[in-house]
Design a protein around this ligand. Structure first.
Ligand SMILES: NC(=O)c1ccc[n+]([C@@H]2O[C@H](COP(=O)([O-])OP(=O)(O)OC[C@H]3O[C@@H](n4cnc5c(N)ncnc54)[C@H](O)[C@@H]3O)[C@@H](O)[C@H]2O)c1
Ligand SMILES: O=C(O)C[C@H](O)C(=O)O
Length: 308
């Protein structure tokens, strides 16, 4: 199993590290345009192999796509991250060109690849890859909801004063400060609804803290987060590589599902060796349906800025 990670920055390197630590891939290729950067990150990570007991070979390259040839899965993390006070949508001007160029180079060398898009604004970058590459829709996946759901569970456990392993919850919708939809109505602690333990205003606070999860970290760190994003991507990669049939909310191209068409946005999907093997329908309330339509309208507005 060969996995390419484009962008050896904060998220790319974290993602490569988590993939290696899980020890399911034979090769990880790290590619960056900054001279020597990916080679340096790869060497540093390889020097953890004996310490962390993994056999995955991590190889770095400065822009040589021939090294990525025959990749089963590729992760696109190349592009600029936001600074405090910015929205993800403001990154479109620089990142759209990078993502378009990178995805076309990847496919030239790995025509059967499954692409996971991480670069922001992620839903729009995922849509861009659909519009410009011609890859089948099941093989283009945007990562956002897996991360947002992990942050939701963190906030739920904080409010419930319980271990994170006790809680379950999911975030659907656009990967943006305003577009995320943490499904508080369905959140549970060991099958008991979170609403049995938490007052409505506390659940509302959990929802709001989840939505600004990325912005909160960006303010604290001066740039956006990388540990949880890297871990979330590695989970998606593993589900595909190991044909796990695992369910994650991911940005998927919708063609009528959830009453949405020609848009990539976060909904629950099953990931296995076929990439997105199924888009899972959900019984949403009218209010949740309306929120999803509102979130989609915002994603469409950003998609409208693409030069396709
Ligand atoms: N979808 C998500 O949930 C999520 C989570 C975290 C970060 N992100 C996004 O991921 C992106 C990367 O974030 P980061 O913190 O790793 O940034 P970073 O600056 O640390 O790393 C980005 C890397 O991309 C490289 N790069 C730029 N253009 C390239 C090209 N054409 N080819 C190859 N490499 C190129 C840069 O040299 C740099 O090393 C940002 O757009 C960020 O907003 C998304
Ligand atoms: O917040 C960001 O800009 C990066 C990423 O989308 C995140 O949610 O951590």
């Amino acid at each position: 199993m060969k996995v390419t990670v484009v962008g050896a920055g904060a998220v790319g390197a974290s993602c490569a590290e988590y993939i290696a630590m899980k020890n399911f891939a034979s090769d990880v290729i790290l590619l960056d345009i900054k001279e020597g950067y990916a080679e340096g990150k790869a060497m540093d990570l390889m020097q953890t192999a004996s310490l962390n007991a993994f056999d995955t070979r991590i190889t770095g390259t400065t822009g040589d796509y021939s090294k990525t040839a025959g990749s089963d899965i590729a992760v696109i993390t190349s592009g600029i991250p936001r600074k405090p006070g910015m929205t993800r949508e403001e990154l479109i001007g620089i990142n759209a060109g990078i993502v378009k160029d990178v995805s076309s180079n990847l496919i030239k060398h790995s025509p059967d690849v499954t692409i996971i898009v991480v670069s922001n604004p992620m839903d729009t970058m995922t849509y861009l890859v659909h519009k410009t590459t011609g890859l089948p829709k099941n093989r283009i996946i945007g990562m956002g909801g897996a991360l947002d759901s992990a942050r939701f569970k963190y906030r739920l456990a904080e409010a419930l004063e319980c271990p994170i392993s006790d809680v379950d919850g999911m975030v659907i919708g656009g990967h943006s400060d305003t577009g995320m939809i943490p499904l508080t109505r369905l959140a549970t602690r060991n099958s008991v609804l979170a609403s049995e333990f938490l007052a409505e205003d506390r659940l509302e606070q959990v929802k709001e803290d989840t939505k600004v999860g990325g912005a909160t970290l960006t303010k604290l760190l001066g740039t956006s987060a990388w540990y949880a994003p890297g871990a979330a991507v590695s989970g998606l990669v593993q589900a595909i590589a190991c044909d796990q049939k695992k369910m994650f909310p991911c940005s998927a191209l919708l063609e009528g599902e959830y009453d949405l068409d020609d848009i990539c946005i976060g909904v629950p999907v099953i990931l296995g060796k076929g990439g997105i093997e199924k888009i899972v329908p959900m019984d949403l309330t009218d209010a949740e349906k309306a929120k999803l339509q509102e979130s989609a309208a915002a994603v469409r507005k950003t998609n409208g800025l693409l030069e396709l």
